[in-house]
Design a protein around this ligand. Structure first.
Ligand SMILES: Cc1cc2nc3c(=O)[nH]c(=O)nc-3n(C[C@H](O)[C@H](O)[C@H](O)COP(=O)(O)OP(=O)(O)OC[C@H]3O[C@@H](n4cnc5c(N)ncnc54)[C@H](O)[C@@H]3O)c2cc1C
Length: 465
């Protein structure tokens, strides 16, 4: 794996390729509306480059004006960190070849547009799994590195970036730069969690982990207070690789939810058939999701999980990616889209966390997708990595204009006072002041930004051009 792979078609065993016929680069349309996952904000881009080969990137970067371009993956960031309003995007989805795999170490080299679901499809049957995975598999390797994503095993495995051993980065000022712990280590730390601003990741070496198969020994345990959630977490951290909780956000500080935990296990002897779920074909009318329907959903969801068998061996898909079974579920929030609020609050500030839950419950605007997790204490892999010790909560809110933004500003107050942070991958509206609180040393990152790169998010929170 020390040899550097070519940027154009390699002779690599074609059985590992995700696509065999790759069209040439299409001419960019004059303007294109590209959405992030929350479909808010609605932005128009000047052009969207769609390279099919990595060696087209130097030309695209060379021709770009300063502060004008941003790489784009599968657009699973919720807000504007993957958008570049009025400027250009480099859509990396066709850079999707798996270039090499070392069966002894589990090291895979893949282009930036390979998705985590591609990796799982190829390598799970061979007994390998992702070292870290977020709550959707429809995320590219480039996007997973640029947001240094975390998963249900943060307490024992850290973030995705901690498992990236080498990257090749196309920069407009210095060409192809190789970064690892031995070569340009600071550029590697800047690019992990670097929001796509340090250049275009061409390919990355990621160390997969050995697993017994596609099965998870999963448990679901109801809890009825924040303290019992914490007790469950502390009791599970040593023996369970994956822990996370669903939270009923209408319950306020008397929170209730379902705690999920699990480990990889060998086959239980039943056949494994990955399923492809239905697709939501259009945006639902705004009135479908309201406090009554969401409250009813939460009550039923809690009751079903509280009543079902607490232990089961399940396929990895439903355990890690329950939402991936409904494609385009984001259309459920209607034309105005939605925002996700994900923050982390130090565990020493439990009263702040309870205050946050109270404000959400009183607003009556919560969602049915509340997720709660305790982050571990692994040192951050990137300069701007979001995870840090504390409790993280992620909640979706239908966009209802000023009413929604006002609630979020009131949650910001709590986060700011507690010394917590907001996750850029989920954000579309945090203030520069809250960004400063969340990432107090962001200025140390600035020298690593590629002079041609910019994003809507970065301009909004730092005021840069
Ligand atoms: C249902 C759902 C569940 C999620 N669960 C989690 C979770 O559990 N944990 C978590 O951490 N996140 C989670 N996320 C967020 C998601 O994992 C991140 O936003 C991820 O970065 C999206 O990757 P993407 O390929 O869609 O990239 P995009 O959203 O398109 O882009 C993300 C960033 O990557 C940059 N980028 C893309 N390609 C490259 C490249 N080749 N080189 C350099 N930069 C690049 C972009 O410029 C942008 O800054 C979830 C999202 C959804 C929709």
């Amino acid at each position: 794996m020390n040899s550097r792979s070519p940027s154009s078609p390699s002779a690599f065993d074609s059985k590992y390729r995700c696509s065999t016929t790759v069209p040439e680069q299409e001419p960019a349309p004059p303007s294109e509306q590209i959405f992030s996952w929350g479909r808010y904000p609605k932005t128009v881009h000047r052009s969207v480059h769609k390279p099919a080969w990595n060696d087209q990137l130097p030309e695209i970067l060379g021709a770009a004006a300063p502060h004008s371009v941003l790489p784009f993956g599968l657009g699973r960031s919720y807000g504007d960190s993957c958008l570049n309003a009025g400027r250009d995007l480099i859509d990396c989805r066709r850079l999707n070849r798996i270039l090499a795999f070392d069966e002894l170490t589990g090291m895979v080299r893949c282009e930036c547009g390979v998705s985590l679901s591609d990796i799982l499809e190829v390598f799970v049957p061979k007994g390998w799994f992702l070292p870290v995975t977020p709550g959707t598999s429809f995320v590219t390797v480039g996007g997973a590195i640029a947001n240094d994503v975390h998963g249900k095993n943060h307490h024992c495995a850290g973030t995705f970036g901690a498992h990236v051993h080498q990257i090749a980065l196309h920069r407009s000022d210095s060409g192809l730069v190789f970064c690892s712990s031995n070569e340009n280590p600071e550029m590697l730390r800047a690019t992990i969690g670097g929001l796509g601003l340090t250049g275009v990741i061409a390919w990355a070496d990621i160390k997969l982990k050995r697993v017994a198969g596609p099965w998870i020994d999963a448990e679901s345990i109801p809890f009825e207070s924040l303290m019992s959630f914490l007790d469950l977490t502390h009791a599970s951290n040593k023996d369970f690789e994956y822990t996370v909780a669903w939270l009923d956000c209408f319950a306020g500080r008397k929170t209730r939810g379902i705690f999920f935990r699990g480990n990889h296990v060998p086959s239980p002897g039943k056949p494994f058939h990955p399923k492809r779920g239905p697709k939501l074909p259009f945006e639902l009318p705004t009135w479908v999701l309201n406090r009554y329907t969401i409250r009813a959903f939460n009550t039923v969801y809690y009751a079903i999980h509280a009543a079902q068998k607490p232990k089961a061996v399940v396929a990895y898909g439903p355990f890690f990616y329950p939402l991936d079974s409904i494609r385009q579920w984001n259309l459920m929030y209607g034309k105005q889209g939605f925002l996700q609020y994900q923050c982390v609050i130090p565990e020493t500030k439990l009263e702040a966390f309870e205050e946050l839950l109270d404000r959400i419950a009183h607003s009556g605007m919560g969602s049915f997708l509340g997720v709660l997790k305790q982050f571990g204490s692994a040192p951050p892999a990137g300069m701007l990595s979001f995870p840090r010790p504390g409790l993280t909560i992620a909640l979706d809110f239908a966009m209802r204009g000023e009413r929604t933004l006002q609630l979020m500003r009131s949650l910001d107050e709590v986060v700011e006072e507690s010394g917590g942070a907001l996750y850029p991958a989920k954000d579309a509206r945090m203030s520069p002041a809250l960004f400063e609180t969340s990432f107090p040393s962001w200025r140390n990152f600035v020298p690593y930004i590629d002079p041609k790169m910019s994003s809507s998010f970065w301009r909004r929170v730092t005021g840069s051009p």
